[in-house]
Unconditional design. Structure first.
Length: 117
């Protein structure tokens, strides 16, 4: 099964920072955008951030604006999510999604981030 590969999750205290990384599928010839979403215990999966691979434009969920930053390394086909001022409410499994230009959607297995109070 084609997947992207996330890394960087872990345990951090409230107010701390984490950096997530996600490497795109090696089968992708061209990428339209990549994004992060998360699923907290007992909640639906929700959108976190997206970056357009060509323009670099970004958009964020309201509750992470100003705290999270999505960025990319074109040469390494990697997207990053820098998270600061983390709150216990940010505890979730974070999933990376890649959308190649052919319209497919490729997901990773997720990485667990836990923020202790």
């Amino acid at each position: 099964q084609e997947q992207v590969v996330e890394s960087g999750g872990g345990l951090v205290e409230a107010g701390g920072s984490l950096r997530l990384s996600c490497v795109a599928s090696p089968r992708s010839l061209s990428i339209a955008d990549m994004s992060w979403s998360r699923k907290a215990p007992g909640k639906e999966r929700e959108f976190v951030a997206r970056i357009n691979w060509i323009s670099g434009s970004t958009n964020y969920a309201d509750d992470v604006k100003g705290r999270f930053t999505i960025s990319k390394d074109n040469a390494k086909h990697t997207v990053f999510l820098d998270m600061k001022s983390l709150e216990p409410e940010d505890t979730a499994i974070y999933y990376c999604n890649e959308r190649p230009l052919d319209g497919r959607e490729i997901w990773g297995q997720g990485t667990q981030d836990t923020v202790s109070s």
